[in-house]
Design a protein around this ligand. Structure first.
Ligand SMILES: Nc1ncnc2c1ncn2[C@@H]1O[C@H](COP(=O)(O)OP(=O)(O)OP(=O)(O)O)[C@@H](O)[C@H]1O
Ligand SMILES: [Mg+2]
Length: 371
């Protein structure tokens, strides 16, 4: 990407060392896409245009199409720290805002389970830079959702042990508040799953350009550099669509599909280091045909970029394309015999089965096993 596009959005801004460590660094395998160029252009064009500013972005489309990587790439392009929240069905206000925890004396702390003690201690010892869920995720080696559940249990337990006595309370902001207050790029993954309407409302009002979040301790204003990137799979049967009001807050949207064949090949080369283009071309075409057929017949799974990478990698290692087709792509779409037949017919109809059979097998690589 051109130099101009790698410039920070707010050139006067100084990041702390911790913040600088959150700015994504593009790996060599990263390929700049049309979508990335367009978003960069749009955001820069309107950055200093007041109400016309573009700072809420929606990336909607297929699994594996590169939504998360695009959000990260924007962090690199704009020089903003990258952070994310993974939404889940039972998210509540605590997950949006943060948690207030009593600071227990060591005597009271002793009344808790050892696991609870170490979780609370990890929180007390934190410097306030990271969010509570982030600290618990690390300290306990658990997922974001588990950390959120844990935090709520801790809130209850700590309150019962504090027993109404006058203790000091400390506020631990959520990941959202942290990004919002300090001006980071926040990826909000799959907010479609959130069930509680009040939580959606809170998220919504936070996304206003001149919005604010009401904390128990203060009112936090939206930092001028805060960029929200909502990433979601397109609503297919059984999946709720993105909340209308939330959708309406978005100022730029990209439809993310299986990328064009040339881009698929380019990414596969970058990812697997395998450069046999005629082979990669045949595999890409097969994935495209399978993807279309799966959709046209409303099958449960799809053929996406991840299937393509793993298939290409297997072929690069000497596995036959025809055999690994099933294990890396077809069975991921469906294991229903009738549906498999439909997929095979589609491949045969476009001459791809024959093409796959004719591909020369790669010589099996001798792998040096690392102990
Ligand atoms: N621009 C790119 N250049 C090279 N590789 C890419 C690029 N974008 C995505 N990829 C690769 O494609 C794979 C899927 O990307 P990513 O995780 O961003 O998809 P996603 O759309 O967020 O998927 P999901 O819907 O499952 O969250 C990753 O292995 C990633 O490294
Ligand atoms: Mg993703």
């Amino acid at each position: 990407m051109e130099d101009r596009e790698q410039q920070a959005l707010s050139p006067g801004r100084r990041l702390t060392d911790e913040e600088r460590a959150l700015v994504w660094i593009k790996p060599l395998s990263h390929k700049v896409s049309e979508e990335e160029r367009r978003i960069c252009r749009e955001v820069r064009r309107n950055w200093n245009r007041g109400e016309m500013k573009i700072a809420n972005i929606l990336l909607e489309g297929d699994a594996g199409s590169g939504k998360t990587q695009l959000a990260k790439a924007l962090s690199a392009d704009f020089g903003l720290p990258y952070t994310k929240v993974t939404c889940f069905a039972d998210m509540d206000k605590t997950d949006i805002i943060g948690a207030i925890l009593p600071v227990l004396s060591s005597e009271r702390l002793d009344r808790l389970e050892p696991a609870e003690q170490s979780a609370l201690k990890a929180l007390y010892e934190s410097d306030g830079f990271r969010s509570a869920t982030d600290i618990l995720t690390d300290a306990l080696g658990i997922s974001y959702e588990q950390a959120s559940v844990k935090l709520k249990q801790l809130l209850k337990r700590a309150a019962s042990v504090a027993d109404g006595e006058a203790v000091e309370y400390r506020f631990y902001p959520s990941e959202i508040v942290r990004a919002y207050r300090n001006g980071y790029l926040l990826e909000i993954q799959e907010p479609t799953v959130i069930r509680d309407a009040a939580v959606l409302m809170a998220l919504n009002s936070a996304l206003e350009l001149d919005g604010a979040i009401n904390l128990p301790t203060e009112i936090v204003r939206r930092h001028p550099d805060f960029i929200a990137v909502i990433t979601t799979n397109r609503g297919y049967a059984g999946v709720r669509p993105l909340n209308e009001a939330l959708r309406d807050r978005v100022q730029h949207t990209e439809k993310m599909d299986l990328p064009p064949k040339a881009v698929m090949i380019e990414r596969a080369i970058a990812k697997t280091g395998y450069g046999n283009e005629p082979v990669l071309d045949a595999l890409a075409e097969a994935v495209i045909v399978l993807d279309q057929t799966a959709r046209a017949n409303a099958m449960k799974g799809v053929a996406g970029m991840r299937s393509y990478f793993y298939w290409a990698d297997a072929v690069a290692e000497g596995v036959s394309a025809r055999e690994s087709l099933y294990h890396k792509v077809v069975y991921k779409i469906t294991t229903d015999p009738d549906e498999i037949k439909l997929l095979e017919d589609a491949l045969r109809g476009s001459g791809l089965l024959a093409r796959l059979d004719e591909l020369p097998a790669e010589r099996k690589k001798k792998r040096t096993m690392t102990p």
